[in-house]
Design a protein around this ligand. Structure first.
Ligand SMILES: NC(=O)c1ccc[n+]([C@@H]2O[C@H](COP(=O)([O-])OP(=O)(O)OC[C@H]3O[C@@H](n4cnc5c(N)ncnc54)[C@H](OP(=O)(O)O)[C@@H]3O)[C@@H](O)[C@H]2O)c1
Length: 344
């Protein structure tokens, strides 16, 4: 008997991608249920060749669900994840609600898959922020080789990272620019079409934004608490794909050639780095892809043992849905869970 998987937030950007990825990877599920808010009850979503009718979260009985992939925001997760876990389903959550809880593992399978066993404490596993996920996939193999001291990262984050309404806002504003219509801002604090916004999530007391703080806290939890990191997170008018300019200072020497070789072999990484026009990856090209792409690796001669690189990934996939499905696969492959429903 296969697993029963619930996708909560199935009408959203991440939830729809989760359904696609479960189907693409022929995840060993006998049944997949799509769940969202009451307003979406009965709405149809695609799952491979099939169509699923969305069910309302508040009326759903999770007692025969094995795995719940949750992507409905922090408030929903705070209320529902413990209730769903109490019914015996393992919750893999995409919001930031549980990421910093010491009793909840924060997992990127290419980096810290062994920590997944910690799910037993609360029945919840957290998925990192989209910008952290791709960063740690690229940093991990380099850290193993030359030990990272400090990272300076600037992000160029697509609007899909802020949900489906944010994608609509970029689309509507772009249309309005060309038709001389009114530019409405609802989701973003300033116009995003043909613009950049150096502000994602709320401001903290020290002047950093919460998105920037998340990158620091999550890199420490997933990779190494000793790594020092500073981030500047910027929203850009791109629909899908987060990009990052990353500057790394290592304890030990590491050359560009060594970094290329290590990254080429590293799980989840793909190196495209030709020193010619177009010899690098842009967010447009990474949309719909699973890899974390690394380009423009070069020595940073302003520090001892420094490297700089460009890193791009599909934020809805590696940054969210794919990572969550990989965590679920990890639980199954390591035989940490078994299906509740047995064959008759
Ligand atoms: N987008 C990314 O790159 C990314 C990356 C990492 C993590 N995340 C996190 O993943 C979560 C979802 O993001 P998203 O981009 O998919 O957002 P989204 O496109 O706005 O979708 C939100 C989903 O949550 C559902 N939902 C909202 N309120 C609900 C409720 N009370 N009960 C049940 N379902 C409810 C919505 O259902 P209705 O359609 O019925 O309202 C919808 O399916 C967020 O926590 C986000 O921070 C996103």
């Amino acid at each position: 008997m296969g697993f029963k998987v619930a996708v909560v937030g199935a009408t959203g950007n991440v939830g729809r991608e989760m359904l696609d990825i479960l189907a693409e990877r022929t995840f060993p599920a006998d049944e997949v249920v799509a769940i969202a808010s009451r307003k979406s009850q009965g709405v149809e979503v695609t799952f491979g060749e099939k169509t699923l009718k969305v069910k309302a979260l508040e009326h759903y009985d999770f007692s025969d669900v094995d795995i719940c992939l949750m992507s409905a925001g922090s408030a929903v997760s705070k209320e529902w994840s413990p209730k769903i876990a109490a019914q015996g389903a393992v919750v893999i959550d995409n919001s930031s609600c549980w990421r910093y809880d010491a009793d909840v593992p924060l997992i990127v399978p290419e980096v810290n898959a062994d920590a997944v066993v910690g799910f037993r404490k609360r029945g919840i596993i957290a998925n990192p922020n989209c910008s952290t996920a791709q960063l740690v996939v690229a940093l991990k193999p380099l850290h193993d080789k030359a030990k990272i001291k400090r990272v300076v990262v600037s992000t160029y984050q697509s609007v899909s990272g802020a949900g489906k309404d944010a994608m609509d806002e970029l689309f509507e504003q772009t249309k309005a620019v060309f038709t001389l219509g009114e530019i409405e801002t609802k989701k973003f604090p300033k116009r995003i079409a043909f613009n950049l916004i150096p502000h994602i999530d709320v401001f903290m007391e020290d002047g950093y934004t919460k998105e920037e703080w998340k990158m620091v806290a999550e890199t420490k939890k997933i990779l190494d608490p000793k790594i020092k990191l500073t981030a500047t997170c910027v929203r850009v008018p791109v629909f899908i794909g987060h990009s990052e300019a990353v500057n790394v200072e290592f304890e030990q020497p590491i050359t560009v050639d060594e970094a290329h070789e290590i990254l080429r072999k590293a799980p989840g990484c793909l190196v495209i780095d030709k020193h010619e026009p177009g010899g690098y990856i842009t967010p447009y090209e990474c949309a719909g892809e699973d890899a974390t792409y690394i380009s423009r690796v070069r020595e940073d001669a302003t520090v001892e043992n420094g490297l700089t690189f460009w890193c791009v990934s599909d934020n809805l996939r590696k940054g969210a849905a794919l990572n969550a499905v990989q965590i679920a696969e990890c639980l199954i492959n390591r035989k940490l869970i078994s299906a509740k429903r047995k064959a008759a």
